[in-house]
Design a protein around this ligand. Structure first.
Ligand code: FAD
Length: 419
């Protein structure tokens, strides 16, 4: 590797690093992008089940509401570049996007590779020099000013600005091993504690341990997290999956950051599940009685088959000690009430989550108090910039983290180029 003259070095060729390098180059800088993998965007390729959930179609204000940690900090960055600009970037470069549930956007090709290839060609077009299988080991600083980076083979590469885009600490095999936190710490930046978020939830409840509901998947249910006083802290209406260890699926992932915070001081967190968020308790009782009136001779198990997935229904009626063999006309009024009430307030005890490496997103990171929100520049070291999951910003899955990574990457690239 020749020590050419670069204005900006971007460390990490993931989601945010690719945009940072592109925007620095578009703003006139000579840019080097250093990636320790053999290729760019290894984690981005995994998102959306390999289809790349590239951003979200909601308004920028809505997007910010789906970034529970760091959204205020992002206002200024979003005023420079937001999800509409991301959409335009891809559409203008021949990648039409399609919208799916909850505003999630994917390339029409259904392939993440389309997104990574498009960014790669844009980097080439703007003459960004990409180095692969090159791992940075430290940021070089002299008198409070960045001078370049040191590589693990001790070689140094000079530049007047360095953008750290090394990602979080999840799915380490993608290259996000948390190096950037160490580099920043050595340069006196504070790192707020890291924690897993957008992560499946574990439960020791009997029905989980005995696999009674494993594989039951529910659409559009409301999952709520309660505090110790049984007050609802957050609730999310999305799909949910019961697994052999607990809960997964979008509703569980969305509740996870709140659960993780509560688990710091509590051994168990209570979640309640409403299988019928559109119906009141009275409506449900009425509906059940109507079914009973129309098909009085059917057993409860057969008559309510379409009301709830069969295994869940059987579990509920066993819990309420209602005999499976009873016909609908034999069910007592009070049991209709109990069944409806349980289906609107099903309690699950959560005692843990999957570990950080298996989370979709890392919570915590470089303290936002030490970063300029307009440029992503370090307030401690002149010429140092941050972007992506490395920052103490986390959003829900659904394209929000990718959007935050692209937006902070764009702004950091521009800030570094204009230095
Ligand atoms: C399975 C999965 C699914 C996801 N799905 C979604 C989703 O649907 N919606 C959503 O919004 N978010 C999703 N995410 C999160 C999203 O992918 C990340 O938030 C985003 O990619 C973070 O971008 P980044 O640039 O900060 O980090 P990364 O994309 O992780 O990039 C960091 C890069 O830096 C490189 N690097 C690290 N250290 C060094 C070093 N010392 N020297 C050189 N290079 C280095 C790494 O190799 C890596 O390529 C998902 C994540 C996973 C794991």
């Amino acid at each position: 590797m020749n020590n050419q003259n670069f204005d900006v070095i971007v460390v990490g060729g993931g989601t945010s690093g690719m945009l940072a390098a592109l925007s620095a180059a578009q703003n006139g800088a000579r840019v080097a992008l250093l990636e320790k993998n053999k290729r760019l965007g290894k984690k981005l390729l995994l998102t959306g089940g390999g289809r790349c959930n590239v951003t979200n179609a909601k308004s920028p204000e809505e997007i910010l509401r789906h970034i529970p940690n760091g959204n205020k900090f992002l206002y200024s960055a979003f005023s420079q570049f937001n999800n509409y600009d991301i959409i335009k970037l891809f559409v203008d470069n021949g990648v039409p996007l399609k919208e799916e549930d909850h505003g999630r956007l994917f390339p029409v090709t259904n392939r993440s590779k389309t997104i990574v290839d498009t960014l790669t060609s844009l980097l080439e077009k703007h003459q960004v020099t990409c180095y692969f299988e090159v791992a940075v080991s430290a940021i070089c600083v002299n008198n409070g000013e960045v001078t370049g980076v040191r590589l693990i083979n001790q070689q140094t590469l000079n530049a007047r600005a360095v953008i750290l885009a090394t990602g979080g600490k999840t799915y380490r095999y993608t290259g996000s091993t948390g190096d950037g936190y160490e580099f920043a710490k050595r340069l006196n930046h504070s790192i707020t504690p890291l924690y897993p978020t957008e992560v499946p939830l574990c439960s020791n409840d009997r029905f989980i341990k005995k696999d009674q509901l494993q594989g039951v998947s529910l659409q559009g249910v409301t999952l709520a997290v309660l505090n110790e006083k049984n007050k609802k802290l957050v609730s999310h209406r999305m799909d949910l999956l019961f697994t052999h260890f607990g809960l997964s699926g979008p509703a569980a992932l969305r509740c996870s950051s709140t659960v993780v915070k509560l688990l710091k001081t509590q051994e168990v967190v209570l979640l309640t599940l409403d299988f019928f968020p559109d119906s009141s308790l009275n409506d449900l009782v009425k509906h059940l009685k109507e079914i009973a009136k129309n098909t009085p001779l059917k057993t409860i198990k057969n008559g309510l088959k379409t009301w709830l997935p069969e295994r869940l229904l059987i579990y509920l009626i066993h819990e309420l000690a209602i005999k499976e063999s009873l016909s609908l006309k034999q069910i007592l009024d009070k049991d209709w009430q109990r069944l409806a009430a349980l289906s609107k307030n099903f309690v699950i005890h959560i005692n843990g989550t999957w570990p950080l490496d298996k989370a979709f997103v890392t919570g915590g990171g470089i303290s936002l108090k030490e970063v300029n929100p307009k440029t992503m520049a370090s307030k401690h070291v002149h010429g140092l910039f941050f972007c992506g999951e490395l920052l103490d910003i986390n959003g829900y899955t659904g394209g929000y983290n990718i959007t935050a990574a692209f937006v902070t990457g764009y702004v950091a690239g521009k800030g570094a180029a204009e230095l």
